[in-house]
Design a protein around this ligand. Structure first.
Ligand code: OXT
Ligand code: ADP
Ligand code: MG
Length: 570
């Protein structure tokens, strides 16, 4: 136990070296689930003044660490036990890597000698070998004197270049290893300039400007890399100086307010199809952008300028006419100064066409958002939440589900950078509560988590964690009784359909069970009152928003990705 003290003279051990190394690098928050062999490590971290948040499941602790990395540019730390705990954290580590979020999964592990001979140790697993496939880098430390270097390498690997997930394996025996305290202190490393700026080559900027100057219908696409980069002023200046319409990817919403006159968010199809030069800033041409080709991009020939820190991203899906490789802050500043005073804004025929499309789509949507239908549909419920975010622009919105995700993305305007956190590149369900917890912990801002009832179920037990730490999180469960819809029928047998849940479930009662506040909202007015009360009080709250079970569509906006049976659906 941590509190048992003995005269250790001028000695230190693996436990303390890990703590000292993290603190030396300004890492003070840990997301963990305790157990053998890291229980005492968590206790000692807490005793040394670190914030150690314990979760109910490592996957949620991992998602918290991943989004902490996105929000802070420092690696978020997830600490787990060996084999099963490690594996539970691994999905989040892979998610962090896929999304380019800096994160370190630190797992205790069993004894190397026994693991390597496969002699059946407690929670035996060759964790390093398993992790390597799923992250940017993976390291194991075997000697206490190497802890400083191990942690320094992990930090640098996570945040430099394209950020990502790193695995750090700490065998149980390492933590108890003892060494001279002065030598231990000397072995620690304070990482200098962990994510060095990467300046773009001047000729790449000239090339980009040449391509852009010839454009008749230019478009800027902002991705979550642009949000991560925290180059908010430079990005806004580039957009506004250039006069080019911009399309924010989901987690780039709010980099400039969604109500900005140059936002093409509500004219997505038009700008993808009609643009002739596209400037990608911290976004990849992956599935979310139809790989830069095909029907969604129309038939007009296109040229791409691509700003990204990862050179291998260039030409990943289509030819990039002007690759600009470097960190977004430096690249955007270089583009801005190269534009100079003689920059000519894009033709008004183009900018007006985009604005008109935006206006007509917004106008078409507006009346649907005002409806006060009972049971609620997505538009009525999200119309209420749209107003709340408008009035509380510093609130962080967490969002997952299918219909709940897709409707919320287009309906709820964001006004500030890094305020919309969602399922990311994989469209993964289960990020919700971990993300909400880290958002509250890392920023202190109020959090509104808008969750499909299925999505919520993946991490729902963490509402106990939210209550335990008394976090200002309001969870709204869009309860339509199922995945996509609550109305599917099983064509044969007595079991309910595969997508259907218990009818009339009361998720609000779960929150009450842990001392939080629960509401059941059946109309947009009730929803609005409940969420406003929650946001005013800052108390952990769960609002069960009763949504029409028929309102959703299969897979939300991405139903086209479902394979079709040639024999036909039963
Ligand atoms: O321009 P056009 O005319 O086209 O119009 C567009 C915009 O211009 C316009 N727009 C606007 N109009 C007016 N005003 C405003 N402000 C405005 N803004 C935009 O609106 C349209 C649409 O705009 P959008 O959304 O930008 O465009 P589009 O074409 O949709 O964009 C394409 C995409 C691909 C970029 C976009 O759709 C996108 O980002 N999609 C992400 C989708 C995603 O990631 N989905 C999550 C996964 S789905 C599925 O796999 C689920 N599972 C399986 C599962 C998963 N995922 N994970 C794990 C670990 N296990 C299993 C499960 C279990 S979802 C799911 C649960 C679902 O059930 P729930 O109960 O949770 O949720 P419900 O469905 O609610 O029941
Ligand atoms: P989205 O899903 O929003 O389209 P992606 O996750 O596909 O965004 O793309 C993010 C991109 O941003 C990645 O290619 C990553 O390499 C890049 N990136 C992340 N941080 C930086 C940075 N500081 N400077 C330049 N590029 C960055
Ligand atoms: Mg649902």
């Amino acid at each position: 136990m941590a509190e048992e003290t003995q005269d250790t003279g001028n000695l230190t051990d693996g436990f303390h070296l890990v703590i000292d190394a993290l603190k030396l690098n300004d890492i003070n928050t840990i997301y963990n689930v305790p157990g053998i062999p890291i229980t005492d490590l968590g206790r000692m971290m807490q005793a040394e003044g670190m914030r150690v948040l314990s979760f109910r499941h490592e996957q949620n602790a991992g998602y918290a660490a991943a989004i902490a990395g996105f929000l802070t540019q420092k690696p978020g730390i997830c600490l787990t036990v060996s084999a099963p705990g490690f594996l539970n954290g691994l999905t989040a580590l892979a998610h962090a890597t896929t999304n380019c979020f800096p994160m370190i999964l630190i797992s205790g592990s069993s004894e190397r000698e026994i693991v390597d001979l496969q002699q059946g140790d407690y929670e035996e697993m060759d964790q390093l070998a398993v992790a390597k496939l799923l992250c940017k880098a993976a390291y194991r430390v075997l000697h206490a004197e190497d802890i400083g270097i191990g942690i320094a390498r992990a930090i640098r690997a996570a945040v430099s270049g394209r950020p990502g997930g790193v695995y750090l394996d700490l065998p149980a025996k390492l933590l108890g290893q003892v060494m001279d305290a002065d030598d231990g202190a000397k072995s620690l490393v304070q990482v200098v300039d962990a994510a060095p700026r990467q300046l773009p080559a001047p000729e790449s900027i000239d090339r980009a400007l040449d391509v852009l100057k010839g454009a008749e219908r230019p478009l800027i696409i902002l991705g979550k890399g642009a949000a991560y980069a925290q180059a908010d002023d430079a990005i806004r200046a580039l957009v506004e100086t250039s006069g080019i319409p911009y399309l924010p990817m989901s987690m780039a919403k709010g980099l400039l307010p969604d109500t900005h006159p140059q936002s093409a968010g509500a004219a997505r199809s038009l700008v993808l199809k009609e643009s002739d030069v596209v400037v990608m800033i911290g976004a990849r041409l992956n599935w979310l952008l139809s790989h830069g080709k095909g029907k969604a991009w129309g038939t007009a020939p296109k040229k791409f300028v691509h700003i990204d820190i990862e050179p291998r991203e260039m030409d990943s899906n289509v030819e990039i006419a002007a690759p600009v490789v470097g960190d977004i802050g430096s690249c955007v500043e270089a583009m801005l100064s190269a534009m100079g005073k003689d920059w000519t804004a894009p033709p008004t025929a183009w900018t007006s066409a985009v604005q008109e499309k935006v206006a007509s789509n917004v106008e078409r949507m507006a009346p649907r958002l005002q409806n006060n239908n009972v049971p609620m549909d997505y538009h009525g419920a999200l119309g209420a939440l749209q107003t709340i975010i408008k009035e509380r622009p510093d609130a962080i919105m967490v969002n997952e589900g299918a219909n709940t995700l897709d409707f919320a993305r287009s309906i709820i305007d964001m006004y500030q950078p890094r305020k919309r956190l969602d399922v990311g590149t994989w469209g993964v369900m289960g990020v919700g509560m971990g993300t909400a917890i880290a958002a509250a912990v890392e920023t202190g801002n109020p959090v509104l988590a808008v969750e499909g009832d299925s999505a919520f179920g993946f991490s729902g037990m963490e509402i106990e964690t939210i209550c335990r730490y008394n976090l200002p999180v309001c969870v709204v469960v869009f309860n339509n009784g199922g995945i996509y819809r609550g109305t599917d029928q099983n064509a044969a047998g007595d079991d309910v359909a595969t997508t259907v849940f218990v009818k009339d479930a009361r998720y609000d009662k779960m929150m009450e069970a842990f001392g939080g506040v629960g509401f059941n909202a059946t109309s947009p007015d009730e929803l609005s009152q409940a969420v406003n009360a929650a946001m005013d009080s800052g108390k952990p709250t769960l609002v069960n928003a009763v949504i029409d079970a028929e309102a959703g569509t299969e897979s939300g906006r991405i139903g086209n990705l479902n394979p079709q049976s040639v024999v036909g659906k039963k």
